[in-house]
Ligand binder design. Structure first.
Ligand code: AOS
Ligand code: ZN
Ligand code: ZN
Length: 386
């Protein structure tokens, strides 16, 4: 296979999981802007996600969020997804939207609240059994706002106990993905604030516990690609939540704020052998002011572009320059790949797969946007879906 053929083959295998909540209305704490035609039910979210897959060929799975996507029959929901050409993906738990969780969930000082949170997580594993999902994604809003509010060490013990209970419930082939976040909603301490804390818990739990890197969850200036390289070396990079940020956890379209950072991350993924099914590429975004389905299509394309550039790095030339200590040449090799316009290459890959080379144009021409505006009245905010 020529090098270009290998790059194309790799691009054809790339799958980006889209989040059900990105299809619903969302906003900031100041205002949720309702858009016309947004889904009212989990099935309608899946129908929209199927459109993203239809036009990109690269978004075959959809992440669910419990309880936002709660239904009576998950196997039937999985069947509905398959009828539309997609599959159900990661199950996201929610231990942050209940009054009981004011002081935390699995780290809460009261055993009864911790029990309630763990029961929810165990229920999520039951749902995974029904949907056939591989991954349970855990993001905890737990933390404290004031020094002295709670015992930092005790909270870690409570967290470890809860994680161990859920880990023990995982079936063969199921994984627990632990996401970290620097701050918000807690502002003094967060119980899983960084990759080191997540990694330490995963290490104790076992190989089915893996770390999720949400690209918006770091302090400004953090070198995320270094974290990616480290987790891959340790065999603990389970997934990405892709999005981009200018300030904090902005959840904007991935690759919008800093395409160069996304390229650097994808280069470490390629370099570290992470371009396999073991690393899930998920989006975790909210489209507050822009049209949702085209924004998600754009995001998938942005991931593909960064990946194509990463795959095009001349690794032989890079290694030679690095070995020779040629700083400028090494940097030039990397920048050459980054500065390549990969859009024609991706258009070719799409055409060779029988897709329209222009996914956004194809979506616009499809009439789906007009159809959902006509058909769906009263779309709901993400988080309050049926
Ligand atoms: C929150 O900041 C996190 O990024 C999450 O991944 C969260 O689980 C997601 O927004 C769905 O609830
Ligand atoms: Zn996330
Ligand atoms: Zn987030």
């Amino acid at each position: 296979m020529t090098e270009l053929a290998a790059v194309k083959a790799a691009l054809r295998t790339q799958a980006v999981e889209t989040p059900s909540w990105a299809y619903g209305n969302s906003g900031t704490r100041f205002k949720v802007f309702a858009q016309q035609g947004v889904p009212r039910t989990p099935r309608e979210k899946l129908a929209d996600a199927a459109k993203v897959h239809e036009f990109t060929g690269a978004a075959p799975t959809v992440a669910l969020h419990i309880p936002w996507d709660r239904v009576d029959d998950y196997a039937a929901l999985a069947g509905y997804a398959e009828d539309h050409g997609v599959r159900l993906g990661t199950i996201n738990s929610n231990t942050f939207q209940d009054d009981d969780y004011r002081l935390g969930s699995v780290c809460h000082p009261e055993a009864a609240v911790r029990r309630k949170a763990v029961d929810h997580l165990l229920e999520c594993v039951d749902i995974m059994d029904a949907t056939g999902s591989r991954d349970l994604k855990l993001w905890f809003a737990d933390g404290t706002n004031y020094p002295g509010q709670d015992d930092i060490r005790a909270r870690q013990d409570r967290l470890a106990q809860a994680l161990a209970q859920v880990y023990a419930r995982l079936g063969d082939g199921q994984r627990m993905l632990l996401e970290y976040k620097l701050f918000e909603p807690a502002f003094y301490t967060t119980d899983v604030p960084d990759w080191g804390t997540a990694y330490a818990h995963c290490l104790k739990l076992g190989p089915q516990a893996q770390v999720v890197v949400d690209t918006g969850h770091h302090a400004p200036g953090t070198n995320i690609e270094f974290i990616v390289a480290t987790l891959l070396r340790e065999g603990r990079l389970g997934a990405f939540d892709f999005n981009s940020r200018f300030y904090a956890d902005d959840d904007l379209m991935v690759g919008a704020a800093d395409p160069f950072q996304l390229f650097r991350i994808m280069y470490e993924v390629v370099r570290g052998g992470g371009f396999t099914a073991d690393v899930a590429f998920m989006l975790d975004q909210c489209h507050n002011i822009e049209a949702k389905i085209p924004a998600i299509i754009r995001s998938v394309m942005n991931v593909q572009e960064a990946t194509a550039k990463a795959l095009l790095v001349d690794r032989g030339a890079l290694a030679a320059a690095q070995a020779a200590g040629d700083v400028l040449e090494a940097n030039a090799v990397l920048m050459d790949a980054y500065n390549t316009d990969v859009r024609p290459l991706l258009a070719e890959v799409r055409e060779e797969s029988g897709l329209d080379p222009d996914p956004l144009g194809a979506y616009r021409r499809s009439g789906w946007a007009e159809k959902i505006v006509a058909d769906r009245v009263g779309g709901l905010q993400a988080g309050w879906g049926a």
